[in-house]
Design a protein around this ligand. Structure first.
Ligand SMILES: [Zn+2]
Length: 241
């Protein structure tokens, strides 16, 4: 082989080997563990309205989502299983130090209820991390093997993988809620500067189920049929990942 064709051959070989490294996300396969986070708890009731507390709705919905995912054979970890206080940092520590399986990736799903001084405010929305926020995705509490794997990526690449997958999960949740609950006002997917989204290394979404301060939606949050359809929609979306 001539010298010029040999270098061309080596260049092509290097290029072909590099393609999967360029395209492959650090989050491959399916979700290995769903980390379901019921917002607030204990001394922190969250939003309140018309006789109910956000912390209780969050826990009820989070537990139900968890048990349905478990019934379909998926791994689930709840950040809290009862009515007690957890700081935002503690919630992220639970997620960031959760067991890492050899295949798949964990997904963090935080459950909340909205409130506004404006009683007419209403709707269902899902938050994902703001693109401009660069999260340090190699945390000290992370599994060492994963830290080694992730250190081969640029921080901006890791963030893009997290953002893209979080967006896909959020959009799927919105589509399923639209299908199951056509009467619900959909506010869509939003990007937010939120602690639990910025401090977890895995794809993460924060769901706002509705407005506790809005009389009609407060009624929905007390309605067993409505909550069942809401959980069903969220589980259908999560199961597809
Ligand atoms: Zn909340």
């Amino acid at each position: 082989m001539k010298r010029s064709s040999k270098s061309l051959f080596l260049f092509l070989l290097f290029f072909l080997i590099s393609i999967p490294c360029i395209l492959a996300s650090c989050f491959e396969g399916r979700v290995s563990t769903f980390i379901i986070d019921a917002g607030h708890g204990g001394k922190d009731p969250g939003a309140q309205g018309f006789g109910i507390n956000e912390k209780d709705i969050n826990l009820e919905i989070a537990k139900e989502i968890g048990s349905r995912l478990e019934k379909s054979g998926r791994n689930v970890l709840l950040t809290r299983y009862d009515d007690y206080f957890l700081s935002l940092a503690e919630r992220c520590d639970i997620a960031n130090s959760s067991t890492v399986y050899s295949s798949g990736y964990p997904l963090f799903v935080s459950i909340h209820v909205n409130a506004s001084e404006d009683e007419s405010a209403s709707g269902f929305e899902v938050y994902i991390k703001d693109e401009s926020k660069l999260v340090n995705m190699i945390s000290r509490s992370m599994n060492q093997l994963l830290a080694i794997k992730y250190s081969s990526y640029k921080p901006s690449e890791l963030n893009r993988f997290k953002d893209d997958l979080s967006m896909a999960v959020a959009e799927s949740i919105i589509q399923n809620v639209k299908k199951n609950l056509p009467e619900t006002r959909i506010r869509g997917v939003k990007r937010g500067d939120l602690y639990v989204l910025n401090s977890t290394w895995m794809p993460s979404v924060l769901i706002e189920l509705g407005f506790i301060s809005n009389r009609k939606e407060n009624g929905y949050l007390k309605d067993e049929r409505y909550k069942d359809l809401m959980v069903d929609a969220i589980v259908k979306a999560l199961e597809s990942f």
